[in-house]
Structure formats: C-alpha cells, structure tokens
Design a protein around this ligand. Structure first.
Ligand code: DHB
Length: 450
C-alpha cells in the first residue's frame, strides 16, 4: 500500500519530502552553515578540509566539490538550502537554476527573457496514465499490515517519579505505593517489547521555549538527548529514534490533513523519559526505538480531545500504510492525571473525575472526545489538560476502525506523586493472527481486583 507520491513523476522535478529530507539532512545542514561569513571564508579557503567536518556520503561530497546541483538534489538537497553554497561561490539564483537544465547560461537567460519554459509537454498530466491522488480516508484497519499496533500504554509522567528512581528512593513507603502499580507492567514489558514506541507527551517549556509554539511535533530524528531541565540531565540513556518510520508517518499524516511540525533535533524532557523509566527501569540503553509526538498543552489554544483523537486515527492509517519490515508498534499516551501546579488552587485532585476519564477512555473514547477543555481545566486542574494526549493512542485502536474492543490488561490509580494523581493503563488490540504464536498477553485484572 504505497503512500501517495504523485509528484514523483513530474518531469524534471524532485519534490523535497520527508524521505528526501532524511537523505539530505547533513548536506542541507552543511549548506546552512554557510550563512555565517567565517564559515564561508573557511569553506572557500579549503573546501575538502571544511567538508571533512560534515558526514556527507561520497556522492554528496563530490557533488558539492563539483557544484553539481542536480546530483545534490537527487541526494536529498533542497534548493533553498543549496543556494547558500551557490551564493558562497557568487552565483545568482538564475545561474544556479540554469545550471541544472543542460542549457548554457546565456541560452537559459534568453529563454527566461522570452517568457520562460512552457508547461506544455512538461506536466505530469501530459504523461499517459495520470490519475489524481485519492483523497479517501480509510475507515477500516488493514489486517495484513506489516506494522501491527499491538498495545496502548497510558501513564502520568511526573518528574518527581524520575527523581525518585534516579536517587534510589523507590523502596521508601511514599514511593513504593507508586512503583508497585508498575510492577505488572515491568514484567509485561519484558515479554512484549515492541520494535518502536510512538510516545505521545507534552514538552514542558524545554525543547520549545516562548519563541516557537508548535501544536503537534513529530520527531523524525535519529537521536534525542536527555534535557537539562534545571536540575542537570537525568542519568538515563539518550533516546534512539526511527527516522525511516517517522518520515513515513509524517508523509501519511500530513497528507491526511494534519499539519505536523517535523523536528530532527530536540532534547526530550521528563514527559518522555519518565514513562520510559517507569516501564523499562534502570537500563544502559532503552530497548525500543522511540518516535516522540509532542502536543502543545502549555500555551492556549491547545488542541481539543477531539482533534487528538482524529490525529490518532490519522496515525493508525499511516501505520497501516507502512510497507517496510514487520514492526510491532505500541503507542503510549502520557501526562495527567488531575493536577494543578499553579496559583491558589494548586494541589487540586479529582479522583472521581480521573476514574470516569479512565472508564470512558476504555469503553467510550468517542464520547470522551466531546468533553471540552473547560471540563479538563475545571475538574482536573490546569495541568490536567495533559490528558488530551491520551486520546491519540486510543483513537488509533482497532475498535475505532470497526474491529474488536481492546482487552484491558492493567489499570492503576494512586494519589499522590508530588502534586499529581497517578493513572496508568495498558490495553491491547486483539492479537493479530501473525503475532498470535508469540504473544503472551493475558489479563490479570481479576488478580489485582480492578
Ligand atoms: O506533580 C508535580 O510535581 C509535577 C511537576 C511537573 C509536571 O510536569 C508534572 O506533570 C507534575
């Protein structure tokens, strides 16, 4: 089930999409470095030496030395980035564009003076067999998809939980009550390690400060360093991404009408690392690749629960379209539950509301999408709004595409962890036939009396 890339066949044209951007990442970043006069000077003084500082592949490197823009573009370069190289050599945009056409500089200039290149014979539409891209959205899931969405995991991501682990306080009575609620999950996670976790969280004014407020951020990078949030970075491993799968998801989701912000380089804060610590403990390396999906809940307006749920549906359509290697995919929804960290109402906890949220998340996610922002703020505290993050993982599940309801594997609720009510839930899609042989998911709810 190939992604819609009709632009691939437009004659004489390379569209810079997520796949090209991944291929050309270092080439484009090298070109950007030439925006500084001192770097231009060093590059012009010794191109080979300057290029040694950049991990370009051999073809990209030679193309830069040859000022061969067509090859640079084939190798993932984008003309706006590459123009910085041309500018460093004193070339105009017309000289750069003309150099890619096979025409002499004078002939290209004359063609432009004569009205430019005509579209006739230069359109995709002029080729035989052109069909417009489909705009239909899948309403059922793809049972034979190589990437299988197995389980959703939901958890609070309180920073003090990370600190309790980092400082060896997990056996203290206050914290033991919290960590006991994750014991089942730790065992389950060992037997059910996915290839990749799409980890939905919110950045807490860490990677994104007041200069940029992206609503939905998809991490398309290879690695995400652990942030220093003011206490020094947590002593946990950096997070490994999955650029190929993330680029695929970006392509599909944006074509599905969600305007994501794509980020290749960012630090990740407690919103992302605390859930990993809770589930995988103290490890040398995280056992999974992670695709961060950050939702803005810091500055209003923030996306509605409905919008998050719809993003989950677009995410599932994207997972189903993957035609690469077989993948076991989990989606985690993190943040919440009720808490307020500001003002005279700080410390607000609403046990009844939190548990009603969990009930609806399990059995009535579509109904939950009707709950407005004010409901979250009023009932669950100003920071309880983080719970909209959870609807992305839920909207992507089988039953939202006509399949069976998820099995509830584990549910836990506890007050307090610092200023926060801790909620935790693991629910699984019915086991896909090709995974049935290895799956060992079984509900233990009776055991814990939930
Ligand atoms: O309860 C707390 O202390 C706390 C602090 C910061 C957060 O981002 C959070 O979710 C909880």
């Amino acid at each position: 089930m190939a992604l819609d890339k009709p632009y691939k066949d437009v004659p004489g044209t390379t569209i810079y999409d997520a796949e090209q951007a991944r291929k050309g990442y270092h080439l484009n970043q090298f070109a950007m470095s030439l925006m500084k006069p001192e770097n231009r000077g060093r590059f012009l003084a010794d191109q080979e030496a300057y290029l040694d500082e950049w991990p370009l592949n051999a073809v990209q490197r030679q193309a830069v030395l040859d000022m061969d823009l067509n090859t640079m573009i084939a190798e993932g370069g984008n003309i706006y980035f590459l123009s910085k190289i041309g500018a460093t050599h004193g070339l105009s945009f017309q000289q750069m564009a003309g150099s890619m056409t096979g025409m002499s500089e004078a002939a290209y200039r004359d063609m432009m003076i004569g009205g430019g290149r005509r579209p006739e014979g230069n359109r995709l539409k002029d080729l035989d067999g052109w069909t417009p891209p489909s705009t239909e959205k899948a309403t059922t899931f793809r049972p034979d998809a190589p990437a299988t969405y197995t389980s959703a995991l939901f958890t609070s991501h309180v920073p003090a939980i990370g600190a309790a682990m980092d400082l060896g306080k997990t056996e203290e009575p206050y914290w033991k009550k919290v960590f006991d609620g994750y014991e089942w999950t730790r065992k389950w996670a060992k037997e059910n390690t996915p290839d990749v976790v799409i980890l939905v969280y919110n950045d807490h004014a860490t990677a994104f400060d007041a200069s940029i407020i992206p609503t939905f951020v998809l991490g398309t990078g290879a690695e995400y360093p652990v942030a220093d949030e003011g206490y020094g970075p947590r002593p946990v491993p950096d997070v490994k991404g999955y650029p190929e799968f993330a680029a695929h998801l970006a392509q599909s989701i944006i074509q599905d009408d969600f305007d994501l912000t794509l980020v290749n380089e960012m630090v990740v804060d407690h919103g992302l690392t605390v859930p990993l610590s809770l589930v995988y403990g103290d490890v040398e390396e995280w056992p999974v690749k992670v695709i961060p999906l950050a939702v803005n809940v810091v500055q209003y307006p923030v996306p509605s629960g409905r919008r998050c749920y719809e993003l989950g549906k677009a995410l599932r359509r994207a997972i189903d379209k993957w035609d690469g290697e077989q993948l076991n995919v989990q989606i985690w929804g993190t943040g919440g539950m009720s808490h307020q960290l500001q003002g005279p109402r700080a410390g607000l906890i609403n046990k009844e509301w939190d548990n009603a949220f969990l009930d609806h998340l399990i059995a009535d996610p579509l109904g939950l999408t009707e709950w407005p922002h004010m409901e979250y703020v009023d009932e669950a505290g100003s920071e309880g709004i983080e719970l909209v993050d959870w609807l992305i993982a839920r909207g992507a599940m089988d039953d939202q595409f006509g399949g069976q309801s998820p099995e509830v594997d584990h549910r836990f609720y506890h007050v307090p962890a610092s200023n926060t009510a801790v909620g935790h839930l693991v629910i699984s899609n019915p086991v896909a036939p090709h995974l049935a042989a290895t799956a060992s998911v079984s509900s233990h709810l009776e055991e814990v009396g939930a």
